[in-house]
Design a protein around this ligand. Structure first.
Ligand code: ZN
Length: 284
């Protein structure tokens, strides 16, 4: 009896404690309907011209942002949209005040006050407007922040009534840590390197994705608007707003190449299938 107890006492502390667990939560800050001319953009001049013509619309698709619980920290990837959003010629938004970031976090059992860091994939309203709820800094790729302040970007912000929200403390970060997998530039966002920003330009010039290495070693790519769907990724089809479509396509090739090297869960912000893929751990 005594020896049995002793052996139990030896074995129990020898169990390896679970390593730092990561939980990724999909938050949904309302929905948006997108014109087919945006989702299935043609090439050439009609790629952007058709955005302004009457045409069919998609069903409502989610406006996701993501909360990552890891190593005692709560990190946001994007901040979602707010009810104050204005429609675009190619996007009709449906966001209630209750669906904004605080409510979306609460729906996931999380609290706004626990957010330690927020990082944006890019500076479009449906990714950054929720930043108005945050007291702390919001990290933005320096290239994206610079682009948002160019004359052309400012004109577009005024024309489409999509202002950069005031009172948000946007802080530039450089992607100065070299390549990561198939991505040309990266920067770690956690001490253990399991959360990183990786360059995924195209949709906007400084667009980044947030790559999380989950507890099973999969790479979970919070891909912003690199594409709107998995289908668009496989089709290598640039959207209608990317300034340089070839840059978008190069990013899609990089994501697909990365997926061939590492099991990668691909989660664009507006893909109705993203949550199912996250839950299933379904890889490219
Ligand atoms: Zn966007």
């Amino acid at each position: 009896m005594e020896s049995k107890l002793a052996s139990t006492a030896v074995e129990y502390p020898a169990r390896v404690p679970p390593r730092s667990i990561m939980r990724i939560h999909a938050l949904t800050t309302g929905t948006v309907r997108l014109k087919h001319a945006f989702l299935y953009a043609k090439s050439g001049l009609r790629r952007q011209f058709d955005l302004f013509l009457p045409g069919p619309w998609s069903d409502p698709v989610p406006i996701h942002c993501w909360a990552i619980e890891h190593a005692g920290r709560l990190i946001l990837a994007d901040t979602g949209e707010t009810a104050a959003v204005h429609d675009l010629p190619f996007a009709r938004f449906d966001v209630t005040p209750e669906q904004e970031l605080p409510g979306a976090l609460a729906a996931a059992g999380l609290a706004l006050a626990d957010v330690e860091t927020a990082v944006l994939t890019h500076m479009h309203g449906d990714h950054m407007d929720g930043g108005i709820h945050l007291r702390g800094t919001v990290l933005v790729h320096d290239r994206e922040l610079m682009f948002s302040r160019t004359r052309g970007a400012r004109i577009a912000q005024r024309l489409f009534r999509q202002p950069v929200p005031v009172g948000v403390d946007f802080r530039p970060v450089a992607l100065d840590d070299g390549p990561f997998g198939a991505f040309a530039q990266s920067r770690p966002l956690s001490d253990d390197g399991r959360i990183l920003a990786v360059a995924s330009p195209g949709h906007t010039p400084g667009h980044i994705s947030i790559l999380c290495i989950d507890d099973e070693g999969r790479h979970v790519l919070l891909a912003g608007d690199a594409t709107d769907t998995l289908e668009q990724l496989h089709a290598r089809r640039p959207d209608a707003v990317a300034p340089k479509p070839a840059v978008s396509v190069a990013t899609m090739e990089a994501i697909l190449a990365h997926g061939r090297e590492h099991p990668t869960v691909y989660l664009p912000s507006h893909d109705p299938e993203s949550v199912a893929r996250l839950d299933a751990g379904a890889t490219l």
